[in-house]
Design a protein around this ligand. Structure first.
Ligand code: NI
Length: 140
């Protein structure tokens, strides 16, 4: 399975295509239609992994937050200490005086990894949280 880009044509109702173009426009000038569709396909595949709760996955949780938010860093730490088997490492960057960027790398069963992401990203004050997953399938 290469990462070479393959062109193929897609038939789509006119109004759906118009909605797609509006969506692309909202995402900003940095992404074109193809890039947005690729992201949507990846998201859909990640969702499918969720439907297989015992599938082994590896992934990252990316989140931003203001570390001045009361109790936030303590809550984030507490969740991470509950999942020491899944969480491989955490990278923390102090972006500005207020903002922190944290990237957590993890692996384990899909349901567990989603559970961790839901807990962390659901904490009040966490902004721009995102879980990215890769199915490990037969790799392990
Ligand atoms: Ni920080």
């Amino acid at each position: 399975m290469g990462s070479e880009l393959i062109r193929f044509s897609v038939a789509m109702p006119e109004d759906l295509l118009a909605s797609l173009d509006e969506y692309v426009a909202r995402r900003g000038i940095s992404q074109n239609r193809s890039e947005v569709i690729r992201d949507l396909v990846r998201d859909a595949l990640a969702d499918e992994v969720w439907e297989k709760p015992d599938e082994l996955v590896a992934g990252t949780i990316t989140m931003m937050y203001d570390h001045h938010t009361p109790d936030l860093t303590r809550k984030l730490d507490e969740v991470q200490h509950d999942y020491t088997h899944e969480i491989i490492t955490t990278m923390h960057v102090h972006l500005t005086h207020e903002s922190c960027l944290e990237v957590i790398m993890l692996k384990g069963k899909s349901k567990k990894v989603h559970e961790i992401a839901d807990k962390l990203l659901g904490i009040k004050g966490v902004q721009q949280g995102r879980l990215t997953l890769t199915a490990l399938g037969d790799v392990l």
